[in-house]
Design a protein around this ligand. Structure first.
Ligand code: ADP
Ligand code: MG
Length: 327
């Protein structure tokens, strides 16, 4: 039983970047506007600090037990998911795979530090003075899965994955200040803005804000509930970037959606000269019932209802964007 559950935990948290993703998503669900990530890859430690709502003592005691989530209570809720988390798996998995410590100050005003054992039960609890919000530290990650440590890529590659994860989160949540440090040393910061338009140029240095066109289609224009935001840039011909930088997000999370990506590329290719490569970020907001996130633990693969209809809407948005940008 214990081995099975350890294997399951290793599927949810399969890398340092997965730790960063899960802890950052929790911070976002808690309404954080500033998220700070500290990485110590050599000693397998990750810390995520947020200024969100925090966790009250009672919930802190439960937070890392199996299937503990405050975000979903009934089966009906499962089709009405408005938070990034809902499975109650991340902290429990982290308790199994690391030495997990949480410091948090919740709405009741008291600050607590809790250390959990491998079952997610409390090992230590003490009162501490901290700023409102939550600090989660995972120490000595994957010590109980030594093979995992061996098969993970080199430290630079893992850092690259973390950087990509943070960049994708920032595109979907541009209102947040993202600070990332290696140990105590600042690594990079992504500054907040009103939309992805202010974030994208921070990720792709050769794209300027004024080169970007943003198309938003609302429910009326889409003919269905939801919203479509498309950010498009056409960097100069002389730029030697890799072709077709295309990212897709649904309801606040980046997904691998091959059909939507193909639809984007197809529609660009119909109009663009061969040597012009678009930069493009598509964010769909769709009713929660229309997405099924339960395809893989990372929630990066999805089932989206009415994919064909969304491809038609993408065609309209791309056409609009290309008409606006001066080719
Ligand atoms: P899930 O996100 O699926 O609910 P997690 O295991 O990631 O499950 O988190 C368990 C619970 O702990 C959450 O439902 C939430 O109530 C609480 N929690 C975790 N991280 C934070 C945080 N950074 N701020 C506030 N609450 C948090
Ligand atoms: Mg979560």
């Amino acid at each position: 039983q214990e081995v099975i559950s350890l294997i399951a935990a290793g599927e949810v948290i399969d890398s340092l970047s997965a730790v960063v993703r899960e802890l950052s998503e929790n911070a976002l669900d808690a309404g954080a506007t500033r998220i700070t990530i500290h990485l110590w890859p050599e000693i397998w430690r990750v810390r995520v600090t947020d200024n969100g709502a925090g966790i009250v003592r009672e919930d802190l005691e439960q937070a890392a037990t199996a299937h503990s989530t405050s975000k979903i209570r009934t089966c009906d809720d499962l089709s009405q998911i408005h938070s990034l988390g809902f499975r109650g798996e991340a902290l429990h998995s982290l308790a199994q795979l690391s030495e997990l410590e949480i410091r948090s100050r919740g709405a009741d005003g008291g600050g607590w530090r809790v250390v959990y054992d491998a079952e997610g039960m409390i090992l230590e609890i003490e009162e501490v003075a901290i700023a409102p919000g939550t600090v989660v530290t995972a120490n000595n990650l994957f010590a109980r899965l030594p093979n995992r440590r061996q098969v993970l890529p080199s430290v630079p590659q893992q850092l690259r994955q973390v950087q990509q994860t943070v960049q994708q989160l920032a595109l979907c949540h541009p209102q947040v200040t993202w600070q990332v440090a290696q140990g105590e040393k600042d690594w990079f910061t992504l500054w907040p803005g009103s939309s992805a338009k202010s974030v994208l140029p921070q990720l792709l240095r050769d794209v300027a804000v004024h080169d970007l066109e943003q198309i938003s289609l609302d429910a009326d224009e889409l003919g269905c509930h939801g919203q479509l935001d498309l950010l498009v840039g056409l960097p100069d011909r002389c730029h030697r970037r890799r072709p077709d930088w295309v990212r897709v997000a649904i309801n606040g999370r980046t997904v691998t959606a091959p059909i939507l990506v193909q639809s984007l590329i197809y529609n660009f290719r119909r109009t663009l000269p061969r040597d012009r490569y678009p930069v493009c970020f598509l964010h769909l907001q769709v009713p929660a019932v229309q997405v099924d996130w339960n395809r893989n633990p990372a929630k990066s693969e999805i089932y989206l209802q009415d994919t064909d209809a969304w491809c038609d809407r993408i065609a309209i948005a791309v056409e609009k964007a290309l008409r606006l940008s001066n080719l």
